[in-house]
Every structure is written in structure tokens, then in C-alpha cells.
Design a protein around this ligand. Structure first.
Ligand code: G6P
Length: 467
């Protein structure tokens, strides 16, 4: 078996002598790398003033890491520009926020070309290549243009809209056609798969065969959904340990017996944070019995601060949180506690376990792992309740959550109230059903399933044609 080569925009290179990152792709790929060796390639996370062309290598735990810096220009055009000001809003159905600039679109192509130039000499003939996410869509086509005959798969971590939305992007036809260079294109949910098939059929004019397959020249591209999972038991154990630590205990004491409602994510307009704050305001307005009885902790990790729409969002959230606190605070109670920085994973796990209500209300989200982690973190004897947007991919497999439309502030407030007063027996039943389902799929299974289909090892699938 050849090596696994992973390409993603961010590459979590472990520090020397340290374990790999505890969350995200690193966990998912650990098993996939082991036994076959591998290479992980992408951006170093650094934007340098110098034109940066050097590939830096590191070897950790049997995996080779190869990263390159972006020049400041490339960072502005590729990362802050096209990827996060045009592709990101389009894929999240936010056409009003889509800001297209032809130079930035060109910069995106140039960076993908450069990645292909740098990656190509590092490849061996029997490698399998797995490309991740929207920052890298053209990479497959660029590798093919340089003669790559490898099996190449692409996984799209964020939502995939139908053509009616996708086609708003200038150059949409090129972008969707780029996906035909892959042997397998994976998305998170059935809803995304419907979007992908619709965009593929309409955007390329090609027939998508039943089962999700497009034939173009001598390649067939399979279209499939692979819902991403978490390491459920590990997270449950982490949470159970974390609540005992002095830091989390101190936080518990600071609540003085009040219920806790929690939200935690990157500060991103797709996460529905202003809508959620308004819903919390509506809870205090419409259900006065919760005043001075409930505290809402919102953790919003700063993100993409060079992009204008993220700056606007930050101001809006600060204003809203301030207004609610101004309207409802008592000398001994602050309704909204707002933490504008990322928090360590173990602390988060403890906070989730303490919270009677988990608020996960994105306007659109590929999957949303906070929803899954919140459920995993609960004490099964006395679990909290998940209030979940039906627009999160996670909603497809978590029907026992209280599903809401986050644009409906009063409806979301009503769900929060239902969660806060839900009887123990019902909480246990809902939690047990979701926890059981989470345990059926590990994050390692997710990677294995994708690679099995890509490499023709899934018994349900015939082997893919080699180009
Ligand atoms: C989402 C995307 C990832 C991205 C991450 C963090 O999860 O799907 O591709 O890496 O957000 O965003 P950032 O812009 O900081 O990489």
C-alpha cells in the first residue's frame, strides 16, 4: 500500500517531542497514517513579507510534514481574499456578503498552482492523495496538468449549495469543473450531496448517474457523503476529568447556583451569534422567571480578523452583549459572559459538561462538531439539553436535540426555555439516544470510509478507474 498524502490549508505540525493536536483532522488521520506512512502538505500559517518559496520539512511520529509560507500578497489575495471573502460566503449561502475581485480569484489559482509545483516532486507513484476543503479546490486539476496519475480525493468540510446559489460566483463553471479531476468528492451530509449533484449536473452539463457518479474523459468521479464524527468516549472522559479541576470548579462557584447556557465557536457570521444573543434577550424578556437564574457564557474565538465582514460582526456582538447586560444585569448577576478568545480544549469540555443548555445555532454549517462534543461531554445521569439549528449538518443525525430555526428569535427562546425546564427523564432519553449514535461512528471510521471508497476497498463499490 502506498503512502497517504494529505493536503490541507492549515497543517498542524506537532512541536518536537509533543503529541499531535488533540482535535480536528489530526485525530481523524492518525490511524489512517499509521502503518503506511504519510505526508501532510500545506500552508505553514505564516504570511511573510519576503516572497516565500521554500518548503520546510519536519518528521514527527512517522509522518512527514511539508509546509510553505504565503507571501503577504498571497495571504491577502488567496486567504483573506478569494477563499474567505468570496468562496466562504457563497458556500454558506450568504450571497450578500460575497465580495468578488478578479485579481484575488487569480491569486487563488496561482497559490494552488504553486502548491502543485511544490507537491509534485515530493510524490511517489503509488501515493494516495487526499485534498481538504475549499481553499484547495483547483489542486487536483493542477496536479493532473503536471501528469499526476494518483488516486486523488477531495473532501469538502463546509456546506455545498445547489447551482442556483453556486452559480452566483463569477467563474462558477470553472470551479465546479475542477472537481472532475478528483476520483472522489466527499461532502458532509445528504443535503450537501443534493447540492453537489445539482451544481455538478447544471454547472458542467454532464449527467450524474444514479449513485452519484460522473464520467468525464477517462475518469469517473464519485460523489458521496461522509458525515464527520468525533472521538466520543475520549471527549466524554476529558469532560468528566475537567469538571474536577480547580479552574472549572471556580467557574462553577462563580455561577452561584444559576443554570448555565453555553455557546462556543469561532467568531464567524455563519455561526448565528447576533441571532443567538437576540434569542437570549427574548428569553429574558418573554420568560422573566429566568432572570437572575440563568447565565449565558459565549466563547467566540477571534478568526479571520483581516476580513471586513468579521470586523463588523465583532462590533455587532459586542454591542448586543452590552445591551442585554445593560437591560437585565443586577448588581450580583451578569446575564451574558462574553469571552472573545479561544479556550483550551479541556476547559471547554468541562464547561460543556456543566452547562444545562448547549446552544449551537449556526445559520449554515457543514457539520458542527461542537454539537457532538456538547452531547459527548454530558453526565449521562443528569445531562444538559442541546438546542440545535436545523441548518447545521449535525441536525441530520441528532433529531433528539431541540431543533430550531435560528432566524426565529422567539422560537429559539422558547426552545431554550423548554431545555431549561425539561424533566430529568426526558433529558436522559434524548441524551442516551444521541450518545449511542455518536458512539457508532468514530472519527477514524470517517477517514477510513473515505479512503476505502477512494482506494476501491469498499465492498459496496467497484474499484475506481485509474486515469
Ligand atoms: C472551517 C473550515 C476550515 C478552516 C477552519 C478555520 O472549519 O472548514 O477549512 O481551516 O474553519 O478557519 P481558518 O481560516 O482559521 O483556517
Amino acid at each position: 500500500m502506498g503512502r497517504l498524502v494529505v493536503v490541507s490549508n492549515r497543517v498542524p505540525v506537532p512541536k518536537r517531542g509533543e503529541a499531535p493536536a488533540a482535535g480536528g483532522l489530526a485525530v481523524a488521520l492518525k490511524d489512517a497514517f499509521s502503518g503506511r506512512g504519510g505526508l501532510w502538505f500545506g500552508w505553514s500559517g505564516t504570511a511573510s513579507e519576503e516572497p516565500a518559496d521554500l518548503v520546510r520539512h519536519a518528521r514527527r511520529g512517522g509522518v512527514d510534514y511539508a509546509v510553505i509560507d504565503l507571501s503577504r500578497r498571497a495571504y491577502d489575495g488567496f486567504y483573506a481574499g478569494y477563499a474567505n471573502s468570496a468562496l466562504w460566503p457563497m458556500f454558506h449561502f450568504r450571497l450578500g456578503l460575497l465580495s468578488y475581485d478578479r485579481d484575488q480569484a487569480e491569486c487563488y489559482r496561482i497559490v494552488n498552482r504553486r502548491y502543485a509545483d511544490k507537491l509534485m516532486p515530493l510524490l511517489r507513484p503509488d501515493d494516495t492523495i487526499w485534498v481538504h476543503d475549499y481553499q484547495m479546490i483547483p489542486l487536483g486539476a493542477e496536479l493532473r496538468a503536471r501528469g499526476s496519475k494518483h488516486r486523488i480525493g477531495y473532501f469538502h468540510h463546509i456546506p455545498f449549495p445547489p447551482w442556483a446559489v453556486f452559480s452566483a460566483m463569477p467563474g462558477a463553471e470553472d470551479l465546479i469543473r475542477d472537481l472532475l479531476s478528483y476520483d472522489l468528492v466527499g461532502v458532509q451530509t445528504n443535503r450537501d450531496l443534493t447540492g453537489l449533484i445539482d451544481s455538478m449536473a447544471q454547472g458542467t452539463g454532464m449527467k450524474v448517474r444514479p449513485g452519484g457518479e460522473v464520467r468525464f474523459r477517462d475518469r469517473r468521479t464519485r460523489l458521496r457523503s461522509f458525515p464527520i464524527a468525533i472521538a466520543t468516549q475520549e471527549f466524554a472522559d476529558l469532560a468528566a476529568e475537567s469538571v474536577k479541576t480547580p479552574k472549572v470548579q471556580r467557574f462553577q462557584e462563580s455561577l452561584a447556583g444559576r443554570s448555565l447556557v453555553i455557546g462556543a465557536e469561532r467568531l464567524d457570521y455563519t455561526k448565528g451569534l447576533p441571532e443567538r444573543l437576540r434569542a437570549f434577550g427574548a428569553l429574558l424578556e418573554g420568560f422573566p422567571e429566568h432572570r437572575n437564574r440563568v447565565t449565558y457564557l459565549q466563547i467566540a474565538a477571534r478568526s479571520r480578523e483581516d476580513v471586513e465582514s468579521y470586523k463588523d460582526l465583532k462590533r455587532e456582538i459586542e454591542t448586543l452583549a452590552g445591551r442585554i447586560n445593560g437591560d437585565y444585569s443586577e448588581a450580583d448577576w451578569t446575564p451574558v459572559r462574553y469571552v472573545g478568545r479561544a479556550q483550551p480544549r479541556d476547559l471547554l469540555a468541562g464547561y460543556y459538561r456543566m452547562a444545562q443548555v448547549g446552544l449551537v445555532t449556526p445559520l449554515r454549517d457543514g457539520m458542527n462538531l461542537v454539537a457532538k462534543e456538547y452531547v459527548a461531554a454530558q453526565d449521562p445521569e443528569d445531562p444538559g439539553v442541546l438546542v440545535l439549528s436545523r441548518f447545521a449538518g449535525a441536525a441530520e443525525s441528532m433529531p433528539e436535540a431541540l431543533l430550531v430555526n435560528p432566524l426565529d428569535a422567539v422560537g429559539t427562546a422558547e426552545a431554550m426555555n423548554t431545555a431549561l425546564v425539561m424533566p430529568l427523564q426526558e433529558r436522559r432519553e434524548r441524551h442516551a439516544a444521541m450518545f449511542r449514535r455518536l458512539g457508532e461512528n468514530s472519527v477514524q471510521d470517517w477517514a477510513k470510509d473515505f479512503l476505502n471508497v477512494l482506494e476501491g476497498k469498499d465492498p459496496a463499490e467497484a474499484p475506481p478507474a485509474r486515469a
